[in-house]
Design a protein around this ligand. Structure first.
Ligand SMILES: Cc1cc2nc3c(=O)[nH]c(=O)nc-3n(C[C@H](O)[C@H](O)[C@H](O)COP(=O)(O)O)c2cc1C
Length: 357
């Protein structure tokens, strides 16, 4: 009975979001528990060298499993394991050790977000603002975390600068290209990655780009051009402030920020080690932020509101620095996720596929 329920939770959690739709989770049911590992080959060691996005995705997966457990009348107890702090396990997925153990606990009331699991939306096209949504949902995030609004013109600048900056980094364009599925003929079109449909690419652009995602030599050539193009844009943007808001003006934008001074992080060398670590936070905190983020994303879904994430803002030290300055974030306020939110103008936005259960 327990194993059957755990299998249902694993199945429900597959709907969780993940960077580039990598689906980095590797759950196994062992001795009446779910051992959650990181799937080899499903992380982004170049684009996500700190493991931030992987941990956020694993947190979102876990929250989905917890919501499914509550729907079945049980609490899900979540224990972070030492491997969660190990970049070999999280960033590179080279260690098979689980990063968390999930077990069924006491009875629980159903979670009202259950019905939103299948309705959660990521949408990168035109949206309409839903006044009041961000401030209402901001009140629901746990202590120590907050949703900080970002002005539309600032988001435009951070996103453009961030994208150009990360593309200029060696290996990033190649890594991204490996997760693009620009034609239904791609062998993984129905499994994972980002398709032309969810990226809302015009048919001609997708057709022109598709061979670059499948043939390594073409991919490397395109990555070379992107790298140098990215560098040019980055340098230009550092000189020229971008003011035009464009489509961004129609959405709301926010950063999910963790205030590390509200956590008990110890003192002295221990504290310094955490603050100076690549994540700037304990891995468990980033994982918990992924859980909180999932709840916000699902609350949005309940109202037909979609997220358009902008990780490029945080993947670039330049763009992240500008964001921190603009939002007045001190050294101990760590942004973990940036997104635009709004109600898609399109009726049935395309969905990303999932690996079979
Ligand atoms: C941690 C994280 C980072 C993400 N970063 C981006 C991003 O920078 N740009 C983007 O368009 N989507 C981003 N996404 C959204 C994913 O691409 C999306 O969740 C995935 O493709 C699955 O699609 P779905 O959310 O529609 O199920 C991110 C998602 C997560 C969880």
């Amino acid at each position: 009975m327990t194993d059957a329920l755990l299998r249902d939770l694993v199945d429900a959690a597959r709907s969780a979001p993940s960077a580039h739709n990598t689906q980095p989770w590797a759950p196994r049911i062992v001795d009446g528990a779910i051992e959650l590992g990181v799937a080899a080959g499903r992380t982004l060691p170049i684009g996500d060298p700190t493991g931030r996005d992987t941990l956020v995705g694993l947190g979102a997966w876990t929250e989905a499993a917890a919501i499914a457990a509550a729907h079945a009348g049980r609490r899900l107890e979540v224990e972070a394991l030492p491997a969660m702090r190990d970049p070999e396990a999280v960033v590179l997925a080279r260690r098979a050790d689980p990063v968390a153990r999930l077990t069924l606990g006491d009875e629980a009331d159903d979670d009202e977000l259950w019905s939103a699991l299948g309705a959660r939306l990521t949408y990168r096209g035109p949206v309409q603002r839903v006044p009041g949504f961000l401030s209402a949902v901001a009140a629901t995030v746990p202590d120590g975390m907050r949703l900080v609004p970002i002005a539309a013109r600032d988001l435009t600048r951070f996103a453009t600068l961030g994208f150009a900056d990360i593309l200029a980094r060696r290996g990033v364009a190649e890594e991204l290209a490996a997760w693009l599925r620009l034609s239904p003929r791609h062998p993984r079109y129905e499994l994972d990655g980002l398709s032309d449909r969810v990226l809302l690419l015009p048919r001609a652009a997708a057709a022109a780009g598709a061979p670059f995602t499948r043939r390594r030599r073409l991919r490397d050539a395109a990555a070379f051009l992107a790298r140098h193009g990215g560098d040019l844009v980055r340098r230009t943007l550092l000189e020229v402030p971008v003011e035009a808001a464009g489509d961004a003006a129609d959405a709301d934008h926010f950063a999910l920020v963790v205030d590390s001074n509200e956590l008990s992080l110890g003192s002295g060398a221990e504290l310094t080690r955490v603050l100076n670590s690549p994540l700037g936070l304990p891995a468990e905190t980033v994982f918990d932020a992924g859980r909180a983020l999932m709840r916000v994303w699902l609350q949005a879904a309940q109202q037909g509101i979609a997220f358009a994430p902008h990780s490029e803002v945080l993947d670039s030290a330049l763009a992240q620095g500008e964001l921190e300055y603009r939002l007045g974030l001190g050294r101990r306020a760590v942004p973990l996720f940036v997104a635009s939110v709004g109600r898609p103008v399109e009726q049935s936005p395309p969905r990303s596929p999932r690996l079979p259960g």
